[in-house]
Design a protein around this ligand. Structure first.
Ligand SMILES: [Zn+2]
Length: 362
């Protein structure tokens, strides 16, 4: 009996250790170590750790000197004749300096900022290589706000003076084999210009703020019509990948009044604010929710379940909603409800398991 229990404990500990390894080691944006505290590349992609994330967001950033609408190559070796293994956008893209060599070169890592038409076709891959060290400079960032965009959750987390102020739905780039350049480039950047509305094929993108040459954050696009603006082809995709590389941000205001328009206004005079984009690495896992979590739904034909009693995605006429718990979500009465995108309740256990299996560490 004792032996069996002991074996069980050992087995459980092993599972836990494996899980911790999966959650911990894989889940930083970079692979290398520079020794600097609160470095973006070595900070765990854990949005619940508000203090750590804020400390990371306000650190100075190492960038390449130059025009923010241009890129420089990353070399495979400390030699300009060696292979070009990636590209870095000047001025607004942060790089992880791992080591400064004596011979005028620095060993660095970053996500490659190749775009459609780039000479180096390495799209959004995390590369480790070399740059001439005289190109590098450290720049301070603005410290009132900080932005985290997570490709795994398709959310934008807005920080203000040390606190997570609000969470907004986004769509990052949807790449395929024919359009690998559509993948939103991950890494760390600073906002660098409020460029405003621009067209993209038949769509109009309002409130564009540029942070990485061709990549901007902007309002979820609309089709202009005689009677106004049509968002019906783009808004339902928020919360999943959909764009050509830009980050589409929700238009609907949160209870605090925050949306892309709000960001556009609040970030006036805040160019130089850090925006980090987290990669959905293998190994990232969604937490398993507690069965006791209280959920809400409109018993009179509601399509979604909610975690906010007064969800801002629900019209006033449907309030107050009926209450149940997460543990009952698979009961027939609730089994057809979808997760409300706005108040962001936990997904169904089967959906979480599917995602976690797909993202399990190698
Ligand atoms: Zn809701």
């Amino acid at each position: 009996m004792r032996v069996k229990r002991f074996l069980l404990i050992v087995l459980c500990s092993c599972v836990l250790l494996a899980l911790n390894a999966a959650l911990g080691e894989c889940c930083t944006p970079g692979r290398e170590s520079c020794g600097k505290e609160n470095c973006f590349w070595e900070t765990s992609m854990d949005i619940t750790d508000e203090e750590t994330i804020w400390n990371m967001l306000v650190q100075p950033m190492t960038v390449v000197r130059g025009d923010p609408r241009s890129q420089v190559p990353v070399y495979e070796k400390p030699d300009k004749e060696s292979k070009r293994i990636g590209e870095v956008t000047s001025d607004s893209q942060g790089i992880h300096v791992i080591e400064t060599l004596d011979d005028g070169w620095a060993k660095i890592e970053c996500y490659s900022s190749s775009f459609k038409g780039s000479k180096v076709e390495v799209y959004n891959q995390l590369v480790t290589g070399y740059l001439p060290s005289d190109l590098l400079e450290e720049r301070k960032v603005k410290t009132a706000y900080g932005l985290v965009v997570d490709k795994f959750t398709q959310r934008l987390y807005l920080f203000h003076e040390g606190k997570l102020l609000d969470t907004l739905l986004v769509s990052t780039g949807l790449a395929d084999e024919e359009h690998p350049w559509n993948e939103t480039r991950s890494g760390e950047y600073v906002l660098n210009s409020r460029s405003g509305a621009f067209p993209s094929e038949k769509l109009i993108c309002n409130y564009g703020i540029r942070y990485n040459d061709g990549d901007l954050i902007h309002e979820v696009p609309h089709i202009p019509t005689s009677s106004g603006k049509n968002y019906t082809t783009t808004e339902p995709k928020l919360g999943s990948r959909a764009s050509h590389g830009c980050i589409r941000v929700q238009r609907k205001r949160t209870p605090q009044g925050i949306n892309m328009r709000w960001l556009w206004d609040a970030l006036r005079g805040q160019m130089g604010t850090r925006i980090v984009i987290w990669e959905d690495w293998q190994g990232r896992q969604l937490p398993i929710p507690d069965d006791g979590i209280v959920l809400y739904y409109n018993a009179d034909g509601g399509q979604n379940y909610h975690c906010a009693a007064k969800c801002y995605g629900v019209r006033d006429e449907y309030l107050p909603m009926s209450q149940f718990t997460y543990g009952d979500l698979e009961e027939p009465l609730y089994s057809q409800l979808g997760a409300c995108p706005y108040c962001n309740p936990p997904l169904r256990i089967t959906e979480i398991q599917t995602i976690n299996e797909a993202y399990a560490g190698d």
